[in-house]
Design a binder for this molecule. Structure first.
Ligand code: FNR
Length: 187
C-alpha cells in the first residue's frame, strides 16, 4: 500500500533550504510513501468573506490535501514562529467552519535554519496549531537542523549520520501514517 503525503514548504524562496530539505526527504522516504509537493505561493490572503466562493488555488490546495493520507510540513522559522505564508495556507484549509481538510490527517514537522535552534520555536508554534486542527503529529524524532557548508550535496544530504537520521524519521512517519490509516479503516 502506498500512502500519499502532501508536502507543504513554509518558504517561497527559490533557493529555499527548506525546499531542498523537502526534496531530500522525498528521496529518503520508504517506498510506502509518495511525497507530493503542494503549492501555497498562489493562495490569496485568507478572507472569511470568501468562504462561499473560494479562489481556484484555494480549491486546488484543499482538494490535494483531502486526497492525501498524511501531511509533512517543512518550514523555516520567521521571527520565532511560523512564516505567514504557511499560516495562511493552514487557515485556508481549516475553513469553512466544520469543513477543515486537516482534521484527522497524521502529520510530521521538520525544518532547517541558519540559526542554532534549527526552527525549534517555529515548530513548537506549529504543533500547537496542528493539535487544535486535530492532526495527530509525530512526536519523535524532532528534526531541528542547522545549515552548514556541505549540508546539501548534488544528490541530497551531505553528512552520513544526518542522512541516516532523516531516513529513520521518514520510516517513523510512514509507520505513523499507516497506524492512523489502519485506525480509520477499522472504525
Ligand atoms: C529569518 N530567519 C530566522 N532564523 C531563525 O533561526 N529564527 C528566526 O526567528 C528567523 N527569523 C527570520 C525572519 C525572516 C523574515 C527571515 C526572512 C528569516 C533566517 C532563516 O532561518 C533563513 O533565512 C532561512 O534560510 C529561511 O529558510 P529558507 O527560505 O531557506 O527555507
Amino acid at each position: 500500500m502506498t500512502y500519499r503525503i502532501a508536502v507543504l514548504v513554509g518558504s517561497l524562496r527559490r533557493e529555499s533550504l527548506n525546499r531542498q530539505l523537502a526534496a531530500a526527504l522525498a528521496k529518503l522516504a520508504p517506498q510506502s510513501l509518495e511525497l507530493v509537493p503542494v503549492r501555497i505561493d498562489d493562495l490569496p490572503p485568507y478572507d472569511q468573506d470568501d468562504d462561499g466562493h473560494p479562489a481556484e488555488p484555494v480549491r486546488r490546495m484543499k482538494t490535494e490535501i483531502a486526497a492525501a493520507q498524511g501531511v509533512l510540513f517543512v518550514t523555516p522559522e520567521y521571527n520565532r514562529s511560523v512564516p505567514g505564508v504557511l499560516k495562511n495556507a493552514i487557515d485556508h484549509g481549516s475553513r469553512p467552519y466544520g469543513q477543515s481538510v486537516w482534521s484527522g490527517k497524521p502529520a510530521a514537522v521538520a525544518g532547517i535554519s541558519v540559526g542554532t535552534i534549527g526552527t525549534a520555536a517555529a515548530q513548537q508554534h506549529l504543533r500547537t496549531i496542528l493539535a487544535y486542527l486535530d492532526m495527530p503529529t509525530l512526536g519523535q524524532p524532532e528534526v531541528f537542523l542547522q545549515d552548514k557548508p556541505g549540508f546539501f550535496t548534488a544528490d541530497g544530504i551531505g553528512p552520513d549520520d544526518t542522512q541516516q537520521f532523516l531516513q529513520k524519521f521518514m520510516e517513523r512517519f510512514a509507520d505513523w501514517v499507516k497506524h492512523h490509516a489502519d485506525r480509520v479503516a477499522n472504525r
